[in-house]
Design a protein around this ligand. Structure first.
Ligand SMILES: O=C(O)C(=O)[C@H](O)CO
Ligand SMILES: [Mg+2]
Length: 255
């Protein structure tokens, strides 16, 4: 049976993180993942995961100064020290709660200097991550929601992953972002499978539950099964109301 992970950055994000973990368990999710858990002590998250028998799959590095419009630090030239502090913080939190992956956020940037900065920081992240058996993920974000974000396409991500060539550097394949930027989800998933570390989903273009819109998730999830990918799929959508009322897709898409 297909497994699903609740992304608590969007699902039950009105609740304190430990309560959101409980809500995900009640709703029969198999795992959880989050965005930026840093305001919640890691011991509280670890205790909730243990109580409810769930794994935390991954979390993000800090965006930096959000009030100044930052959305990640690792591809910002001249900000290596801040980027590395964010990587260290994420790896420590992930290791405290037993999460297997950290998404290293690139930030708003462009050009050769941004690329070489990102490579340098990803080298650092993968080296440090390997010490804790943590996978480093990079995720292309779409240019509608995050205009000017350094990493926007899977082609760009694949080229970085191949160049850096570390076994614990993988692609976060978010069907929603990929559909908006590149489309051709089936071929892309098939071709990129060896470097995919985590898959997320939401309808496109509205980022709602996977009930309609441009993407036929019954087809996409069948393909994922056929490809032999059997890790939990990350539900990272914005419920249009209470999360508990947004979950009808779960039984239909369980497989
Ligand atoms: O926006 C997304 O899709 C993500 O997964 C990031 O973690 C949050 O920006
Ligand atoms: Mg995502």
């Amino acid at each position: 049976m297909r497994q699903f992970s609740a992304n608590l950055g969007f699902l039950w994000n009105d609740l304190p993180l430990p309560d959101a973990i409980h809500a995900a368990k009640r709703a029969r999710f198999d795992a959880v993942e989050c965005h930026w858990p840093y305001d919640t002590p890691s011991e509280d998250v670890k205790a909730a995961l243990k109580t409810h028998g769930l794994r935390m799959l991954g979390l993000n590095t800090s965006r930096g100064d959000v009030s100044a419009g930052e959305n990640g630090l690792s591809a910002l030239p001249g900000r290596d020290a801040d980027a590395r502090a964010a990587i260290d913080e994420a790896l420590k939190y992930a290791s405290d709660v037993g999460a297997g992956a950290v998404h290293v956020m690139a930030g708003f940037s462009a050009g050769d200097a941004a690329r070489s900065t990102f490579i340098r920081n990803l080298d650092y992240a993968t080296e440090q991550g390997a010490k804790h058996s943590i996978t480093i993920l990079i995720e292309p974000l779409n240019g509608y929601d995050a205009p000017g974000y350094f990493l926007q396409t899977t082609d760009q991500a694949a080229s970085l992953i191949r160049e850096i060539d570390r076994p614990n550097l993988k692609l976060m394949f978010d069907c929603y972002h990929v559909q908006l930027m590149e489309g051709d989800l089936s071929h892309r998933m098939e071709n990129l499978l060896p470097i995919i570390g985590h898959i997320q989903f939401a309808s496109a273009p509205d980022r709602g539950p996977p009930d309609g819109g441009e993407i036929n998730f019954a087809h996409v999830f069948d393909l994922i099964d056929e490809l032999g990918y059997d890790k939990p799929l990350g539900a990272e959508y914005k419920p249009k109301g209470p999360t508990d009322a947004s979950l009808k897709w779960m039984d239909r898409l369980r497989g």
